[in-house]
Structure formats: structure tokens, C-alpha cells
Design a protein around this ligand. Structure first.
Ligand SMILES: Cc1cn([C@H]2C[C@H](O)[C@@H](COP(=O)(O)OP(=O)(O)O[C@H]3O[C@H](C)C(=O)[C@H](O)[C@H]3O)O2)c(=O)[nH]c1=O
Length: 188
């Protein structure tokens, strides 16, 4: 597995080693030892263990995000696409960070098998670029409904370059999302 720094310090791309043969292919989708060793090589902190796996399916044009959970239930996320294509975005929302409000977007697909590690302290969302985009991810804390928060996908202060901006499908909850300048990472 290769780990590649993105333009947003702390958020890294993972390129798994894929073993192909006449039957098809095999890859380790997660290996804690390798994950930690690669983070260490990049002098990045070792996260808390993953405790939950999530899986969602989205039609083309569905945008889920930008979500995060407030402390003490912040989640690190290791995300990948099992089918289809997603434009995956992480936003630094740590108030004391030099890159507060910066974002990075990466195209993850069943074809490129790339994964993105998004540490705690970042908001996360993705735009499905194909129908039946199956999105799977591991999180470092459990779902905590009362600590959930969302930032608008189209917050002008973020100016995220989503590849599609028309006919976007977002949830009721995401239609009421806040602007970045109201982000509170602390508890309720
Ligand atoms: C996140 C989550 C949701 N749910 C329930 C709550 C709702 O009844 C239903 C759909 O939840 P929601 O609309 O929040 O799902 P997404 O819009 O895909 O939310 C996710 O979107 C972006 C991509 C993220 O990074 C977060 O992990 C997560 O917020 O599943 C659960 O039971 N457990 C969970 O961990």
C-alpha cells in the first residue's frame, strides 16, 4: 500500500497493492499495521482504532455532507468506493489550524481503488458521479446523533470545486447546514 500526502496536511490518499491473476484481483482493504507504519513514515499521528463500518449507496448527483461530529465524538474516517465514482472532500475545521477552512478533493472509484484518510477535526462529504455509487468507510468513533453537525456544501468561503453543480440531490438535514464561520467543534 502506498500513502500519498494531499494538498491538505493530515489528509492522505492510500493506494492499495492490487494482486491480479487470471481469476480477477485481490487486495487488503485495511491492514492496521501497514496503515500505522505509513502514517508514522509521514510523521502523522496514529489514530484511535476504528469502531464502526458504514456503507451507503447513492444515485448520480447525490451529495452527502459536509459532515462531522463534535467532540468528544469526533470521527476519523477511512473512505473508499466499492462501485461507481465519488468526488470526496475533506475540510479542515480545527479552529487553531493554519489550514482552517482549507479543503481537498480527490476522485475515488471502484476502478482506481484509492482510499482517503480523513482525521478527526475535518468535515467530510462526497458527490456521487455515477448511479449506484457504493461508498464504504471506517470511523474512529460511534455514530452520535446529538453531536452531528454539517457545513454547507456550497459555502462560498470554502469555494469547493465540485465537478457537478447542477441537479445536486441533498438531504433535508444538509439543506439546513451551517456556514463554516459558525463551526463549533466543542460539545453541544
Ligand atoms: C452516519 C450514520 C447515520 N445513521 C442513520 C441516521 C439516518 O437515519 C440515516 C441516514 O443518515 P445520514 O442522512 O446522516 O447519512 P449520510 O448523509 O450518508 O451521512 C454521512 O455522510 C457523510 C459522507 C459522512 O462522512 C458521515 O459519516 C455521515 O454523516 O442513517 C446511522 O444509523 N449511523 C450512522 O453512522
Amino acid at each position: 500500500m502506498k500513502m500519498i500526502q494531499t494538498d491538505l496536511p493530515g489528509v492522505v490518499l492510500l493506494e492499495p497493492t492490487v494482486y491480479e491473476d487470471e481469476r480477477g484481483w485481490f487486495m487488503e482493504s485495511f491492514n492496521e499495521q501497514r496503515f500505522h507504519a505509513e502514517l508514522h513514515k509521514l510523521s502523522l499521528p496514529i489514530p484511535r482504532p476504528f469502531v464502526q463500518d458504514n456503507h451507503s449507496s447513492s444515485k448520480k448527483g447525490v451529495l452527502r455532507g459536509l459532515h462531522y461530529q463534535r467532540e468528544p465524538h469526533a470521527q476519523g474516517k477511512l473512505v473508499r468506493v466499492m462501485n461507481g465514482v465519488a468526488f470526496d472532500v475533506a475540510v479542515d475545521i480545527r479552529p487553531d489550524s493554519l489550514t482552517f477552512g482549507n479543503w481537498v478533493g480527490e476522485t475515488l472509484s471502484a476502478k482506481n481503488k484509492r482510499m482517503l484518510w480523513i482525521p478527526e477535526g475535518f468535515a467530510h462529504g462526497f458527490l456521487a458521479l455515477e448511479d449506484n455509487t457504493q461508498f464504504m468507510y471506517k470511523t474512529t468513533d460511534y455514530y452520535a446523533k446529538d453531536y452531528e453537525a454539517a457545513i454547507r456544501w456550497d459555502d462560498p468561503s470554502l469555494d469547493i470545486k465540485w465537478p457537478i453543480r447542477t441537479q445536486i440531490v441533498i438531504s433535508e438535514k444538509d439543506q439546513q447546514a451551517n456556514y463554516l464561520n459558525t463551526v463549533k467543534l466543542g460539545g453541544i
